[in-house]
Design a protein around this ligand. Structure first.
Ligand SMILES: *Cc1c(COP(=O)(O)O)cnc(C)c1O
Length: 456
């Protein structure tokens, strides 16, 4: 046998799955300002949230406990695909002729093909425990809807998914994927809700957006007692559940005696980025030198071009007002292929940390991102999701910088999902049909005009 050049894959044993989630609220130098009730503009009370969320999740949303136990029922499901592998991208390093070490955590091994089941399973569990019968949600690229469909199926809950119109048309197989687990899938905007009808009246050909789909899903949950709503990103409890990614990655790197100089994740609402980065930021608060980089599309530049304001999480204004980087809740992003990154806001926890200088943000166009994605696939074998490719692109830029500067930095990124359902996007790229869509500061200023003016 040919002698190995060293570690390519670091695995943990099943019994090494972390048994707690990490809550960064315990360690942040300053907490984000509280969500506000949209009617009273006072901080939301837990009671404000009980119409759509179970108590278990509301408690986690506001908890400042550092470690939160993962229930055994949730761990039992996690065990189906966790711990996920950590890879060293040796072939990519060689192709780039970089002295840097590149590691990636691969979340594409879950049944949904992304990191999203980490929170879907937890959310389904707490809803079931609270006696809820049905969960509504929105989905963009389809990954969240798929994750929740699987989770609801495991815990015996009905699942109804409002799917952003452009994705519904671009990704018909995603719908079948969700329906296979028993979910109901409806293109959004739909004629079945007040919020959907309002959009369709103005624009019958609306491409939809996550904001609109959230409005529709929330409306149904608010109007039905046995129905709750579930969000796949942005909220504190979602970021908490995703911390399992970074906790595992940390244990895996520890096993081989390395520690990252920079941790990278793509950024839509902020959950997979937070998942990989927050456990490392814990060390940064304790004085360790580690950078965290969130990567977004130029077409939806929430962190890099948005404003740090109180805004709604949805188009119709059903959600509480969240202090976050936002492009404005009316923002309808261009129909780029990284559908999972087309959200107008950023998680309040990520926003606050970015605002306070603990996180860096970068934005790239889909053309350069796809180039890196194909380069990665041809060297590492895995076919990544277009969303994840933003993290890959940033990692490659870091590795090239290391080559120029001659430093041996250690790069860790999260490969949030595989791209097996994104082949129409690959097709467009390979046929030279992709454009670099950008969103200018002037367009941002315009979409921010509708954001409520709140001084805090
Ligand atoms: C949904 C999704 C994202 C973006 O969501 P975040 O909450 O920002 O993580 C990124 N990658 C994949 C594969 C996704 O499915």
């Amino acid at each position: 046998m040919r002698e190995s050049e060293g570690v390519v894959k670091v695995l943990l044993e099943e019994k090494e799955i972390p048994d707690c989630w990490y809550n960064i609220q315990a360690d942040m130098p300053e907490l984000p300002p509280p969500p506000l009730n949209s009617a009273t503009r006072q901080p939301v009370s837990p009671e404000d949230l009980t119409a759509v969320f179970p108590l278990g999740l509301i408690e986690q949303e506001i908890s400042q406990e550092r470690w939160i136990d993962i229930p055994g029922e949730v761990l039992d499901v996690y065990r189906l695909w966790r711990p996920t592998p950590l890879y060293r991208a040796r072939r990519l390093e060689k192709a780039l002729k970089t002295p840097a070490q590149i590691y990636y955590k691969y979340e594409g091994v879950s049944p949904a093909g992304s990191h999203k089941p980490n929170t879907a399973v937890a959310q389904a569990f707490y809803n079931k425990k609270a006696g809820i019968k049905k969960i509504t949600t929105e989905t963009g690229a389809g990954q969240w809807g798929t994750a929740l469909s699987i989770a609801c199926c495991f815990f015996g809950l009905e699942c109804k998914v409002y799917m952003v119109r452009v994705s519904y048309d671009q990704k018909p197989y995603r719908r079948s994927f969700m329906e296979a687990y028993g979910a109901k899938v409806i293109p959004s905007p739909s004629p079945y809700t007040e919020a959907g009808r309002r959009v369709l009246e103005k624009d019958p050909n609306s491409l939809g957006s996550l904001g609109i789909a959230i409005s529709e899903a929330m409306e149904e949950a608010i109007n039905n007692k046995d129905t709750n709503y579930s969000l796949g990103s942005v909220l504190n409890h979602v970021l908490l559940h995703q911390s399992i990614i970074g906790l595992e990655a940390k244990a895996q790197m520890e096993k081989i005696g390395v520690y990252p100089d920079v941790v990278i994740g793509c950024h839509g609402g902020g959950s997979n980025f937070a998942g990989i980065a927050f456990p490392f930021l814990k060390d940064r608060f304790e004085g360790k030198n580690v950078r965290a980089v969130a990567v977004e599309p130029l077409a939806c530049p929430t962190l890099t071009k948005g404003a740090y304001l109180y805004d709604y999480g949805d188009t119709a204004g059903f959600t509480p007002l969240l202090k976050m980087y936002t492009l404005g809740h009316d923002f309808v992003p261009p129909g780029i292929h990284a559908g999972g990154l087309r959200y107008h806001g950023a998680a309040p926890l990520v926003s606050k940390l970015y605002h306070d200088g603990y996180i860096e943000a970068k934005a790239y166009g889909q053309l350069e991102v796809f180039k890196s994605l194909v380069f990665f696939a041809r060297n590492e074998g895995i076919l990544p999701a277009p969303e994840s490719a933003h993290a890959i692109h940033a990692a490659i830029i870091e590795a090239e910088e290391a080559r120029e500067k001659g430093d041996e930095r250690v790069i860790l990124f999260n490969l949030s999902g595989h791209g097996h359902f994104d082949l129409t996007a690959y097709e467009a790229y390979l046929n030279n049909e992709l454009d670099n869509v950008t969103y200018s500061q002037a367009m941002v200023a315009k979409s921010l005009e509708t954001v409520p003016k709140i001084e805090v």
